[in-house]
Structure formats: C-alpha cells, structure tokens
Ligand binder design. Structure first.
Ligand SMILES: *Cc1c(COP(=O)(O)O)cnc(C)c1O
Length: 422
C-alpha cells in the first residue's frame, strides 16, 4: 500500500471508506468547540448514540414495573439479561455461545478464573506472564501466588524482550514455555500488550503451553473488539476481557469470560460460586448444593447489573452490525497510514520511534511512540490542539485510531500537529 502525506489524500481515503458513516453513530467529544481527534478508544471507547436509549428503556421498566421487570412483561426481562449478549460476544471472540458470558469486571474475572485454572502442585506450580503486564494483572499474580503459599519471585516467570529490543519474539515465548516444561502450571498473558501494542500468536502459545501440560489463558483487554479472535478453534482454556475499551460499552462497564466448551460440564473444576451460576431451573428453590449451569454461565455469581449492561447491549449491537472482519480490514489501513505519516515526518530525526511491531499481523490498531526527548511537551501541545491521546510513563504516547469512528483525516491531523510542534 502506498500512501501520501496530504490532507487531500486523507480525505480521499475517508470518502472511499465504506464504514465512514458509523462515525455519526457516536458522540465525538469536543475540544475548543471542535470535534477532537480522539485516539483513546484503547482506554475508553466513545458513546454510541443508542446507549442512552437502551439505558432509558430499563429506567422506564424499573419506573413502571418495579420487580416485575425481571419477568416477561419487560422488553428484555432482567432475569435473562446475561443471555442477550451471548451471540454477539461469541462472534467477536470466535466462540460458541455456551463458551461466553458477560459478568463482573476484568480483574475480578481474572481472580475467579485463576480459582478454576491455576491448581499448583508441589512440582508444577509456575506461571508464565509478560514482563510489564498491566498493574492489575501483576497484583493479581502476586496475590494469587501468595494465596497458594508460593513465592512470586520464584513462581512467576516474566517474559522480557531481548536486550535492545522493545517487543517479545514469538520463538522466545515458545522456547521459554518448553524450557519450564513440567514445572509450568499456567501461561497467562495479554492477547495484545497494552503498552507496546504487540499482538501475540495466541494459537501457537496455546499449543505450546498445552503440550507441556499447562493451562493457557489470555487477558484480552486490548484484543477484544480490536483484532479477530478464534478462541474456540485455538483451543484456549479460558479468557476474559473488558467492554469499555474497543467495544464502547461505557466507563467501567461489564467484562466477559470465555471458558472452552470442553469444560462446559466438567464438575471437577474448583470455582467460587454464586446463585446466578446455579442451574437456572433450580435457582429459586433456594436449596443446598451448588449445581452449575453448563458452560461459561456456571461461573456467574450475581444477578446482572442491568442499567449498565443495557449500554453494553447497545454497543454490541452496533459492533455486530459491522463485524470484526470488516473492522480489521479498515483498521489495517488506518494504522498503516498512521505509521506511514509518523515515519514520514520523523525521518531520521531521532526524536521518536514506534515501538509497536511493524508487521501488521503482530499488532492491533494501536501504535506506541517512544520519545527520546520532548515527549511530555509534545503531548501537552497536541492536547491543546485537540488531540486526545494517552501518555504513559516514562516517554510513550499511545495512539489508537479505531475503525468504527476514527477518520483517515484524524490520523493526518495528528501527524500534521506533531510535525508543527517538533
Ligand atoms: C484495562 C485493563 C485492565 C482493567 O481492569 P478492570 O478490572 O477492568 O479495572 C486490566 N488488565 C489489562 C491488561 C487492561 O488493559
């Protein structure tokens, strides 16, 4: 693909973009009275215009029906609420509906899934994760290991890039898994690394981990809704994600989990249970003895937070209308254009470099730009000019053009403003 560094060219790409009208389905935050250049869909996706309608429908149901809203009289009976997202979730992560459910928040779900899938023994107790994992994931590992009486310094193996490199090499991940071998209980890493934007080969990692007898799970916070996934076919044991980043469900909104179909009726797995995971036919008999629902549903604890899950449904509906395949196609082009422009304006200046892999198959939509100097000054100058981006210590600006609502022109303006302020 050859690109051009002109506004006319960016506008030409927008004009020929079959997804361009989806931007109008979102509220775009303004800066100084003008649409911002919004690049933080990797942190908080924008509000779909339908989100408010969905929420208001439930407010209305509560207002007019009270407790009866749980049953058939409501448009989406609250008792069944977790079921309305299943098919769309399954399509996004490449799963069967029985393998997914929306529930809780991401960090909570990581802990709950650890209860089922991290079962250390005297000889097999080690976990492989990525160095510099998201803090919540780091605290989860540390406290889970301590809970099992293990020393994190010994039991947690953090994969680091080679000296002088920014991202992990696929072959190094696989050889570390083979090396830890019989001692390895679990591999749990991000599908897309939140800081560098690196997309891992989840199929190969799953295969390698399972080959040595370990379980393999993924934190999909930055992969969900960003890149196509095939969790079922890749044979992944379990995964979890959040819905407020690329899915646009709203701040802190509900997470979801994937548990492979082969565990759907496996009663040997430990879990921390609650009434919503109990066999729904028996749920209101309030009897002793936990009988899990088959599949991912059996991991639910609580009844659904309906008001916020309403906007999750609105976001899913919009997402599903387009489909992840079309989004990925545009995303490759949009991020490719961003990469081209950054290289074009940066040249050999040595002021900044992209630390995200240059191979489009090894990244999602985000590019992480490392500044050798002036990073914070440039970030502030861009913000004043209407760019909403993300600053990460010590020196990285993360830019995530998302195909649902970002334009090629947004990407052009970002590069143009960066150059102007160099
Ligand atoms: C965003 C993110 C989280 C956030 O966790 P919450 O429980 O939703 O607050 C956790 N892990 C990763 C990798 C993330 O990117």
């Amino acid at each position: 693909m050859t690109y051009e560094n002109t506004l006319a060219y960016a506008q030409y790409l927008d004009k020929n973009d079959s997804l361009r009208d989806y931007r109008n389905r979102f509220h775009i935050p303004k800066v100084n009275g003008k649409d911002s250049y919004y690049f933080t869909g990797n942190s908080l996706g924008l509000q779909p215009k339908t989100a408010r309608t969905y929420i208001e429908e439930e407010m209305k149901g509560w207002e007019t029906l009270g407790v009866e809203g749980h049953f058939a009289s409501s448009k989406r009976p609250w008792m069944e609420y977790h079921k309305f997202s299943k098919d769309a979730l399954a399509r996004i992560v490449g799963a069967k509906p029985i393998e997914v459910v929306s529930m809780n928040n991401l960090s909570v779900n990581l802990h709950l899934l650890m209860v089922s899938f991290f079962k250390p023994t005297k000889t097999r107790y080690k976990i492989i994760c990525e160095a510099g994992a998201f803090p919540s994931d780091q605290y989860m590992f540390e406290t889970q290991l301590k809970f099992h009486g293990l020393n994190p310094d010994e039991a947690l193996i953090e994969l680091k890039p080679r000296t002088g490199e920014n991202t992990l090499r696929g072959e190094d991940i696989l050889s570390k898994i083979a090396e830890v071998g019989d001692e390895l209980a679990l591999v749990l890493i991000g599908g897309v690394q939140y800081y560098t934007g690196q997309l891992f080969d989840m199929k190969a990692i799953t295969e390698a981990g399972q080959k040595v007898g370990a379980k393999v799970g993924f934190d999909l916070a930055h992969a969900f809704g960003n890149v196509p996934l095939q969790l079922h076919d890749w044979n992944v044991d379990f995964a979890t994600w959040c819905s407020y980043k690329y899915l646009n469900s709203g701040p802190g909104n509900v997470s979801g989990i994937f548990v492979h179909e082969r565990y759907a009726n496996d009663s040997s797995l430990d879990r921390f249970a609650g009434w919503w995971g109990h066999d729904e036919k028996e749920r209101f008999k309030m009897k002793k003895g936990f009988q899990p629902m088959p599949g991912a549903d059996g991991w639910q604890l609580s009844n659904v937070n309906v008001i916020s899950t309403a906007s999750h449904l609105a976001a899913l509906e919009l997402f599903d209308e387009v489909g992840i395949e079309k989004l990925r196609k545009k995303s490759l082009k949009l991020t490719g254009y961003l990469e081209f422009l950054i290289k074009d304006i940066g040249g050999d200046s040595g002021i900044f470099e992209i630390i995200t892999p240059s191979d489009p198959e090894q990244r999602g939509c985000q590019l992480s730009i490392f500044f050798h100097k002036d990073g914070r000054r440039l970030f502030d100058a861009l913000a004043a000019a209407g760019v909403i981006a993300d600053w990460r210590e010590p020196n990285v600006i993360r830019i995530a053009p998302v195909p649902l609502y970002n334009r090629f022109e947004d990407v052009y303006q970002f590069a143009h403003l960066l150059k102007k302020n160099l």
